[in-house]
Design a protein around this ligand. Structure first.
Ligand SMILES: Cc1ncc(C[n+]2csc(CCOP(=O)(O)OP(=O)(O)O)c2C)c(N)n1
Length: 637
């Protein structure tokens, strides 16, 4: 039996011999590679933390000691060591293991949200809670150098620095990369440690000195600390963390498990907050990942293990945006682009290649991205901020106060809007059309196909006195859905038979609505389908159309609460239109991971389910219309 599959939990790690431990590391890497080759997933980050995670679980006693992984995408090794190796083959599949830590899966998982830069704050709170209750357990936070670029991480460090009694070990997993190399002044400070030619010899010296440390305890810590100070003084004169008053141990070779264990043990004994700086290599141990230039297999789709080649896929929305924004840049030199550490995933790499001076990677700093964009706009440029829809949540106040209140012409491009599926609850882009509804002056567009994507991006970058937003989903776009007419700024896509049902279809739901219309028409129900294109503000022409139909149905891939449908309902109500309205969208729940199509099926956003619901609703609408007519007649008598 393999070492990995013989483990019943992390405590078993302590009984393993050196040889078994190194076999275990190999087995973990094999399983990571073979599984991710099939399921896709965060392979590179996990290959980089094999030794680190083993060391943490040998030194600390999870789940009594709490281990919090920032972002959580690097938590696969932790899953394997905490009793979930047997379930790993169903990684990221419906009913199988989540791609992030998950409270429902294990007591060893405490934090499961995958928005970055939060681990230090969670850990700060946990450690304070244990201290106040006289509980001597430890809290370990593992944060990457990428996540460390997020403002929250620094807010946490500022507080942790004065929480002297917190039993906190903060492991900085420094691989020099987010997806692409991490950028910024902080990174320069961290990188100076790794790139200094004296680093390797120094590591050897550190190791020798540490190996000479007899046992553990405050004296040993002092010894270690003295060694560390010497290392740091020589290599990091700015004293990045020490200037904040935080104890620092490192840099440690993050693939030398024994050295890591020594450092972690010393940090554990200290009894207050300590930073352990581990230098790791993303993709370590798998050549194809290590050599993958764009992101070292940060999160590949299924791939061929031998060649490392990703299974071919067709063009997705991102690719079309990527090409188009380069064209926009060619005719509009004032257009600049901002990414929050996701140059390739949001498709700005081509823009960067064409206009390097006009492209900014701000790190995992969506708030800064928004307000910096406001500044760029005030300075006479037109910024395009491209982020995943879910991550814009971070910057709500900045969009509201810094961009909208100041009437800045900034275009936000939201990729992965709507249901995304595999990455679970936190990655669904189902909040943007609700939270952005409340922003005065902001205009929001949801293209239904590639032609509209280009058209709406062009229209958005023309707006120079308000924020504009263009949002589109994950995956390949549908074939173009031509308009047969216009109603104000909205496109009419279908007009069949009587004016029974008006379907207001938002973005990617437009092609679904056309399918629904065919089904309804086949049953003798008259139907009109409109795509508002700009869903905020709604064009008044929609009110007139709604008044002329017997039932209005809105369909959007956004939460039902506060989304386009609910604003339409409010608008119709304000205008005194009495046509009944049915809202279809994503239920306001945290949706578990599954394929996008499976989730859409589950929540009823498929042509079949929608058509069925509308047939029932039109019957109900008839009944209530009859009842209303009776009441009117009654009150007139
Ligand atoms: C708020 C937020 N923005 C963007 C992301 C997308 N994202 C996931 S992992 C990652 C890079 C993380 O880099 P790092 O913390 O260094 O971890 P590594 O993958 O290098 O181990 C990014 C940008 C996110 N999870 N959260």
């Amino acid at each position: 039996m393999s070492v990995l599959f013989s483990l019943t939990g992390p405590r078993d790690l302590r009984a393993l011999s050196e040889e078994q431990l190194s076999t275990l590391a190999d087995e973990i890497r094999d399983l990571l590679i073979t599984t991710c080759a099939r399921t896709g997933g965060h392979l590179g980050p996990n290959l980089g933390v094999v030794e680190l995670t083993m060391a943490i679980h040998r030194v600390f006693d999870s789940p009594r000691d709490r281990v919090v992984f920032d972002t959580g995408h690097q938590g696969y090794v932790h899953k394997l060591l905490t009793g979930r190796a047997g379930a790993f083959d169903a990684l990221r599949s419906e009913g199988g293991l989540s791609g992030y830590p998950s409270q429902a899966e294990s007591d060893h998982d405490i934090v499961e949200n995958s928005h970055a830069s939060t681990a230090l704050s969670y850990a700060d709170g946990l450690a304070k809670a244990y201290r106040i209750q006289g509980d001597d357990r430890h809290t370990v936070a593992v944060i990457g150098d990428g996540a460390l670029t997020g403002g929250m991480a620094w807010e946490a460090l500022n507080n942790i620095a004065i929480a002297k009694d917190s039993r906190l070990v903060l492991v900085v997993n420094d691989n020099g990369r987010s997806y692409t190399p991490t950028v910024g002044g902080l990174t320069t400070a961290l990188t100076s440690l790794r790139t200094n030619p004296r680093y390797e010899p120094f590591l050897e010296t550190v190791k020798e000195r540490l190996n000479a440390v007899p046992g553990v305890g405050p004296a040993a810590y002092d010894t270690l600390h003295a060694v560390k100070r010497a290392v740091k003084d020589a290599l990091a004169p700015q004293g990045l963390f020490e200037d904040l008053g935080l104890k620092y141990v490192g840099p440690i070779d993050g693939h030398d498990r024994a050295a890591l264990e020594q450092a972690l043990t010393q940090a554990k004994r200290f009894g207050g907050p300590v930073i352990v700086h581990a230098i790791t290599r993303k993709g370590h141990g798998y050549q194809a990942a290590e050599e993958h230039e764009a992101d070292q297999f940060h999160s590949p789709p299924p791939f061929d293990i031998e060649t490392g080649e990703e299974k071919p896929r067709g063009a997705i929305w991102t690719d079309h945006f990527a090409d188009h924004i380069v064209e926009v840049g060619a005719r509009r030199p004032d257009v600049v682009a901002i990414t929050a550490a996701m140059m390739h995933p949001v498709g700005l790499d081509k823009f960067q290649a064409a206009y390097p001076e006009s492209t900014f990677d701000v790190g995992i700093a969506e708030q800064h991205a928004a307000t910096s964009a406001a500044g760029l706009a005030m300075g006479g440029l037109h910024p395009v901020v491209a982020v995943y829809a879910t991550f814009l949540n971070r910057a709500f106040d900045q969009v509201l106060m810094d961009v909208a209140l100041h009437r800045c012409g900034v275009t936000f491009v939201l990729d992965r809007a709507g249901v995304t599926g595999d990455d679970g609850a936190s990655h669904n882009g189902m909040w943007d059309m609700s939270v952005l509804q409340v922003v005065p002056g902001l205009r929001l567009a949801a293209p239904r196909d590639v032609t509209r994507l280009k058209e709406l991006i062009d229209e958005a970058v023309e707006v120079d006195d308000a924020p504009t937003v263009v949002r589109f989903p994950k995956g390949p776009p549908p074939d173009d859905v031509p308009a047969i007419d216009r109603a104000g700024t909205a496109d009419v896509l279908v007009r069949e038979g009587e004016r029974d049902v008006l379907i207001v279809a938002v973005g990617s739901m437009a092609s679904v609505a056309v399918d629904v219309a065919e089904r309804l028409h086949a049953q003798g129900i008259g139907v009109t389908v409109v795509d508002p294109r700009w869903v905020k503000p709604l064009d008044p022409a929609l009110v007139e159309l709604a008044a002329a139909h017997r039932l209005v149905v809105s369909v959007e891939d956004n939460g039902r609460v506060g989304g386009v449908g609910s604003v339409l309902l409010q608008t119709l109500n304000d205008a005194g239109v009495r046509t009944p309205v049915r809202l279809h969208g994503i239920p306001q729940e945290f949706l578990g991971h599954a394929k996008r199509a499976a989730i859409l099926e589950r929540i009823g956003l498929t042509p079949q389910a929608l058509a069925r619901g509308i047939v029932e609703d039109i019957a109900l609408a008839d009944v209530s219309a009859d009842a209303a007519a009776l009441l009117d007649a009654e009150s007139a008598r």
